[in-house]
Structure formats: structure tokens, C-alpha cells
Write a protein that binds this ligand. Sequence first.
Ligand SMILES: *[C@@H]1O[C@H](CO)[C@@H](O)[C@H](O)[C@H]1NC(C)=O
Ligand SMILES: *[C@@H]1O[C@H](CO)[C@@H](O)[C@H](O)[C@H]1NC(C)=O
Ligand SMILES: *[C@@H]1O[C@H](CO)[C@@H](O)[C@H](O)[C@H]1NC(C)=O
Ligand SMILES: *[C@@H]1O[C@H](CO)[C@@H](O)[C@H](O)[C@H]1NC(C)=O
Ligand SMILES: *[C@@H]1O[C@H](CO)[C@@H](O)[C@H](O)[C@H]1NC(C)=O
Ligand SMILES: *[C@@H]1O[C@H](CO)[C@@H](O)[C@H](O)[C@H]1NC(C)=O
Length: 604
Amino acid sequence: MRGPSCRGLLCLVALASFTESLAAGQRCPHKLKESVNPPRGWAKHSIPPAEHNIVLRIALPQPNFGVLEKHLYEVSDPYHPRYGAHLSKEEVDGLVAPHQESIDAVDEWLMSYDIKETDFVRSPAKDWVTLTLPVRLVEEMLNTTYHVWKHEGSGDSIVRTTSYSLPENLHEHIDLVQPTTMFGQFKEMKSTIVWSDDTEAPSQSKNVASIHNPATGVPVDASCNKTITIKCLQQLYNAVGFTPTQLSKNTIGITGYLEEFANLQDLQSFYAEQRPDALNSSFEFISVKGGLNNQTLSEAGAEANLDVQFAFGLSHPIAGTFYSTAGRPPFKPDVGTPTNTNEPYADWLDFVLSHPNTPLTVSTSYGDHEQTVPESYARRTCASFAQLGARGVSLMFSSGDGGVGDNDANPATQTCFTNDGRNATRFIPLFPASCPFVTSVGGTQNVPEIAVSRFFSGGGFSDYFPRPWYQDKVVEKYLKALPKGTYEGLFNPAGRGIPDVAAQGDRFRIWLRGVPRSIGGTSASAPTFAGIVALLNDVRLSHGQPPLGFLNPLLYSKAVSGFNDITIGHNSGCGTTGFNCTEGWDPVTGLGTPNFGKLKKLVL
Ligand SMILES: *[C@@H]1O[C@H](CO)[C@@H](O)[C@H](O)[C@H]1NC(C)=O
Ligand SMILES: *[C@@H]1O[C@H](CO)[C@@H](O)[C@H](O)[C@H]1NC(C)=O
Ligand SMILES: *[C@@H]1O[C@H](CO)[C@@H](O)[C@H](O)[C@H]1NC(C)=O
Ligand SMILES: *[C@@H]1O[C@H](CO)[C@@H](O)[C@H](O)[C@H]1NC(C)=O
Ligand SMILES: *[C@@H]1O[C@H](CO)[C@@H](O)[C@H](O)[C@H]1NC(C)=O
Ligand SMILES: *[C@@H]1O[C@H](CO)[C@@H](O)[C@H](O)[C@H]1NC(C)=O
């Protein structure tokens, strides 16, 4: 007797007609698609009620992603004839479109559960299908059992499973289905921020003492060694007196999550103090999936205010956009229709990938432990960042505040254990900073600059993503100089090195809820670097050139001499002193901090 044939859409038992097997609901046997260990701190709590709905996201394979990647690298390589020839949204959509066969196979599978095309939403490239379904039906479709999982520290609840299956014939037509095994979620997606009590006012006098900064030769106000203002960053990064002119084409965006609101009144107070010529200017607010914008002063968010004040303050008068993406813990599993999928990057990416116009520079100060994000999911998200890069968008992410540890700025509470069942000690890189298609930004302090030490600049090597070619030379040099056996087994020397670059990250004077506050974190470094990138885009646009787009191939080659190399400091974590800053690239401060005066020549 012949076994079932799994080549077709449904599992057709020999001799049975298509309709008969449909009626009988016969499908190929399920085969395990993915299985994970729940991250530390999560425990099974209860069975989700039958009325619980899941917003299911199905990723169809992108068979031509390799072609997209090739385009991305060509248009981002300053020595390639196609440098700057970015792709349109339609071209990118075409390159990530799944095979028609996959679309049909998934449609047939859904139809076999009586799910019609009108019940689901397709992404513009047709590479994602999103639909809301009752949990019991999802369990049947994925041959799995969902549980409510509770986080012991925060008490947060999520509905997840540790493994799921798909009919065997669908494995080649579906990359992943979520939310299933994705435990990395809002609460873990910490903003990288560190508080400080010290709120010294910036010096207002014209004849202030200054520090000689050997990195650029530009004198820096002595107060900048204690309190960072817009003026300090302009001096440190050699951008004093530069005025952007290409205002119709250039834009800079900040992403906000966790109901972090960027307050307009605080922004005006900040401008009055640090950027008087920007007074009365504002930014565009964009709500993603119902993201709110509460302008009550007491609702202002530290992360949002920091990002907006420094990114827009540095790049003024370039137009700014603030994205507020909905969703906030605790997630109540008993609510019939959740308002969000608890997967905020996915929601933001859905939004920007489906719009033709995206800011040329975007900064994000959030991250998850790479290991709490299933590898398949991290790869797809990273591939989405590549799509934006190919379209000419530069993406900045904070590298984290826990050194080689888990983004916990307090070394005593860091957890540096693998999640793979072995519970082995291991350094913990952050995602998306570990994605090779984004620019990850570490932190510095003081004048002259050293690696930040009040907390530690996130850095190290990805366990998921191999080292991209643009890093080969500098990372191999760094690894070669490491004494043999250093941290053996604690990191992946073949992985993508983190961070790419750095910027000041401590004692930033912001305005929050009506008063000045001093805060730090690589949360401050990413928008600072993004502000400089927006200015560099102005330089390119004013010479009739396309924007910078994906930065890394440029930064590691033609622009490498445009950085102030940081050679002092290290990034402790996981009970070690971490890696050391060295001459050239290091996994603490990357290539160093930007020298705008040099970079503006190197980017042309
Ligand atoms: C579902 O999984 C169980 C094991 O967990 C297995 O026994 C069963 O055959 C599977 N069902 C299908 C339809 O594949
Ligand atoms: C900056 O501050 C650091 C630490 O407080 C100090 O060691 C250093 O000497 C200061 N730099 C200057 C130029 O005063
Ligand atoms: C801002 O607006 C106020 C009130 O309308 C006005 O007095 C002030 O000159 C404006 N400042 C700038 C820099 O435009
Ligand atoms: C904003 O937040 C305040 C304080 O929590 C609340 O009273 C108010 O209703 C909120 N406003 C809106 C429009 O949501
Ligand atoms: C992992 O190992 C550490 C140190 O040995 C221990 O403190 C921790 O409880 C272990 N965690 C699990 C989940 O076994
Ligand atoms: C960092 O430098 C210190 C002091 O020179 C040295 O003891 C340590 O081994 C170095 N660590 C690494 C990882 O290179």
C-alpha cells in the first residue's frame, strides 16, 4: 500500500479524490517545525481560555533574499559602481515575494480550516499572512498546546508554546509561525537607559574654560566632562556651525515603544536651553497599530524624550518623525481579542515596509537578549532591516548597557546562562544590535573620550549571525591580538562583531516632566550617532547624491579614518572584565566616535 503523498497541497491518500480527502480533513502528518527551551524566569501557569484569540503571523519563505542581499551590498559599497542606486519599495517587495506555490499551499491549508482570503491580511510583498484565530483552532493547526506563561520577576503573562508542528508538505512553504515560541517580549525589550542624580546645568557663559580634544583638535567646553548637551556633542564630533540645507528631502525618525511619549513641552524647554534656534519647531507624530500620544506632562517618557531631544536637537532643522507603536504589558490572556501581538518590531516593520516613504535615518534604543528571540524569527526580522537598507534607510540600534552581559547595567543581577538546556555560562549579545544589516552603537564618556564605565557599553559577538564580510579585516585583527584561549566558550569568534561605532552615552541633560534630568545609556548613543548621520545625509543630498542608506560597508572602508578611535576602557559583564578597547575596531566601542568634519568629506 502506498503512503500518503505529501507533494500536493493537502495530503492526498492514494486513489482518494481531492474533494474526498478535503471532506475527510486528511492532511499530511504534522512534523516538528520548531522547539525551544523557555527562557529563564518563565513558568507554565495555566491553560488559556477557549475565547482567547491569537493574532497569528505566518512567514512565507523569501526565495530570492540572496538576490536582495547582493543588491543591498552593491548599493551600500562606496567602491561599487551601483553605490547609492537604492531600490524602490516595489523592487524590494518583488525581491522578497514568496513563490506562488507557497502562497497557494498556505491558502489551501487555511481554506481546509474554512479560513477564507477575506479573513486574513497579506503584506504588500505577500511574504507574511496575518490573521486572528481562536487559540483552540491554532492548537489544532499547529498540533501544539498553548499555555499561559508567567514571568516570575515581573508577573507578566503571555500565551506561548515551546514547540509547534506543521503538515510535512508545508515545511518548505512556511519559514515560521508566531506567536508560538517567541518568548522575547516587551518586558525583556528593555530600553537601554541608566539614571543619574547629577543634573548640573550647562555653562551659559561665553568665555568658559575648554578642554583640548586631541581627537579632533576642536576645543570642548570643560562642563562637557560632566554634563552632555547639544553643544558638547557638536564640539566633540566636530560639527560646530554646520547648518543643514536639504530640508525637502531629508528626514530622521525615532521609534517609541512601551507607551513612551515624547513630550512637546519638554522639547521646547530643552530647545530653549540648548538649541534656541529650534524653538517652536516640532516633529511629526505617527501612530503605529494604535500607538498613543498622551501629551500630559506627567506622562512624558524618559527614553522618548532623550531620543527626540538629542536626535532632533542635533539635526535641526531636518524634519523629525516619532513613531509610537502600541502595546504594553501586562498582557491579559483572557481578553478575547488582543490589541497587539506583543511583537513590536514586527508591528513597526509591517508599517514602514508597507509605506513608500520612510525617514532616511532611524534610531531605536531597545533590544532583547538575542537568545530569547528564536533564531528563525531573528533572521526574518533582520531580513526586514535589510529591506529598509536596500531602500536607502540608515538604521541605528543601541548596543546595550550591560557590557558583555545581558543588558542589565547592574553586574550583580546579570544572568549569563545559555537557554539551550545546558545552562552554560555565556556572554549575552543583544538583538537587533547583532543583526549585520543595522549599525549598532556603543557608549563613551568624558573628554577626551573613553569607553563608558558607570555602566558598560554592550559588545561582543552574535551567536546567530556569522561575521559579515565588511568586518573581516578589523575583527580578525582584533581576535588575533587576543591572548589564546581568552574567554573560550563564552563567545562565538565567528559571529558578527558588536558594536560598529560609538558615541557619548552618559550624563545627558534632558528635560523630563518639566525639569532637567541627567541620564545615560547606549540609549543616548544611538540617537546621537543618528543625528550625525542625518547631517551627513544633508551633505550628500546637497551634492546631488543619494542618501547613505545601509552604512556599515562604508564605515568599515572608505570612512574608517573619519572616526575617533577609542582605545581606553573595557566592557565588564558576566563576572569578567569583558573585552578591552584597542587601537582599531574593538567589541566595546567599534570603530570609534564620529568626526563629522572628516566624515563629511569621506562620504562624498
Ligand atoms: C500530534 O503530535 C502528537 C505527539 O505530540 C502525535 O502523536 C500526533 O500524531 C500528532 N498529530 C498529527 C495530526 O500529526
Ligand atoms: C574628565 O573627568 C574625568 C573623570 O572624572 C577625569 O579623570 C579627567 O581628568 C577629566 N578630564 C579633564 C580634561 O579634566
Ligand atoms: C517662538 O514663538 C514665540 C511665540 O510665538 C515667539 O515669540 C518666538 O520668537 C519664537 N521663537 C523662534 C525661535 O521662532
Ligand atoms: C493621559 O494621561 C493622564 C494621566 O495618566 C490621563 O488622566 C489622561 O486621561 C490621558 N489622556 C489621554 C488622552 O489618554
Ligand atoms: C543555571 O546555573 C546557575 C549557576 O550554576 C544557577 O544559579 C541557576 O539556577 C541555573 N539555572 C537553571 C535554570 O538551571
Ligand atoms: C585587558 O587588559 C588587561 C590589562 O592590560 C589585561 O589584564 C586583560 O587580560 C585584557 N583582557 C582582554 C580580554 O584582552
